[in-house]
Design a protein around this ligand. Structure first.
Ligand code: AMP
Ligand code: MG
Length: 393
């Protein structure tokens, strides 16, 4: 099978998207999910002319006369007195402005006179009224479907009493590591072994992307065991992520096992650094990504291919945050025959620096990075001061 470009791989992956179903959840549980309905305003906001300050409500034409206070209106209370000429009502923030009053002057701009009378002492009167319906009108769409639900959206749902909300089901993502050299993090590795860091990083990435991860353990470099675990993971998930075993080593069984499990492989090499052996296949039950064992490679492949895929499965077009900033010093790479993803950090002066990176197993470099930049095939130098697009990770 031919090696393909990253753009081609992205296109193939995105063309294999199938959407998840909808489900109803309590609005309090919906932050971080993808909205599956338009939320329509069922009442005007504010629902009445509301005082924006603590002060006195009156008629503007009386502002420079002494005024008699007819009542005190607390927030949550309905006014009971008409405000007539040279009268006012003391009013609290959030309370209903009495009919006919067209200004509320602040307590700070008032003076108490004798006989309970009040005088405006300010210079430039402000109206200080939030008018009924000025924020949203009945029938307005306040939150559009496919959006990522933010804490601010929860406030909107609360204010409209939208207590049950339709969201997209989270894609189920099975994660399986392969390799005889791997032990679980709780185990002290013998010489020749390493701890499985990849699977736990991926499970956290799945969670951050809005998917629901499930761990299937470490498959030894044994074809039968790997086959059984892959079959089970395919049966139980929408997406299966395998790490390791996709290179050209003597014990890299993943491609042959995938074929045996009736996964149609759409690509098995991408012209990208790191991440060349990335494999992608489709099955009637799930799609399968075979990722390089190296944790930096698999991290980057997840962010650039799998995270957009998970979001699109929920109907959401995810855009990673980006910042366009200059490179702090000339960057050079040895070979330019692949597209590169370079982990970078942003300095205090808002300049971009490639992190000190010793190949795709260098976890500390990745942890230090604020983002990644893409460097095109055929380019091996970025000059100092050149603007690059830092993609947040
Ligand atoms: P592989 O893709 O199986 O050839 O593995 C490439 C490199 O990544 C090897 O050095 C492996 O030891 C390492 N590696 C493989 N799987 C993991 C994992 N789950 N966690 C950390 N390192 C891994
Ligand atoms: Mg391996």
């Amino acid at each position: 099978m031919d090696m393909i470009t990253f753009e081609e791989a992205y296109r193939i992956v995105m063309n294999s998207v199938f959407e998840t179903d909808n489900e109803i959840v309590p609005f309090t549980m919906s932050a971080g999910r993808i909205l599956a309905e338009d939320i329509i305003c069922e009442m005007e906001m504010p629902p009445f002319n509301r005082s924006a300050v603590d002060g006195y409500a009156c008629h503007r034409k009386d502002l420079y006369d002494k005024m008699e206070v007819v009542e005190v209106i607390a927030a949550g209370q309905v006014p009971s007195k008409d405000v007539l000429k040279n009268q006012c009502s003391k009013i609290m923030t959030g309370a209903i402005v009495p009919d006919g009053c067209d200004i509320v002057f602040m307590v700070e701009e008032s003076e108490n006179l004798q006989n309970g009378k009040i005088r405006f002492t300010g210079i430039e009167p402000k109206l200080n009224i939030s008018y009924k319906g000025e924020d949203v009108r009945t029938g307005d769409v306040v939150l559009k479907k496919t959006r990522f639900i933010k804490p601010q959206d929860i406030a909107i749902m609360a204010s409209f009493g939208h207590i049950d909300v339709k969201v997209k089901k989270m894609p189920m993502v099975g994660v399986l590591s392969t390799g005889d050299e791997l032990v679980e993090p709780s185990v002290v590795p013998d010489l020749s072994k390493i701890r499985n860091s990849n699977a736990y990083q991926l499970l956290s990435q799945v969670k951050r992307a809005g998917g629901e991860g499930m761990y299937y353990g470490i498959a030894p470099d044994d074809e039968e065991v790997t086959f059984a675990l892959i079959r089970k993971a395919i049966d139980e998930n929408d997406i299966v992520l395998l790490t390791g075993g996709v290179s050209m080593g003597d014990f890299d069984f993943v491609p042959s096992v995938l074929r045996r499990a009736e996964v149609k492989i759409l690509f098995d090499r991408v012209n990208v650094q790191p991440g060349k052996p990335t494999t992608f296949g489709v099955h009637s039950k799930a799609v399968v990504f075979g990722l390089p064992g190296n944790p930096v490679s698999s991290f980057i492949q997840f962010e650039t291919l799998i995270r957009p895929f998970i979001c699109r499965m929920m109907g959401h077009n995810w855009n990673p945050g980006r910042q366009n900033l200059p490179i702090a010093k000339r960057y050079e790479r040895k070979s330019s025959d692949r597209m590169g993803w370079v982990p970078v950090l942003i300095t205090k002066n808002s300049e971009v620096k490639a992190v000190d990176f010793h190949g795709s197993a260098h976890l500390a470099a990745l942890a230090e990075a604020d983002g990644i930049i893409a460097i095109k095939t055929g380019t091996n130098i970025i000059e100092k001061g050149e603007i690059v697009s830092v993609r947040q990770i």
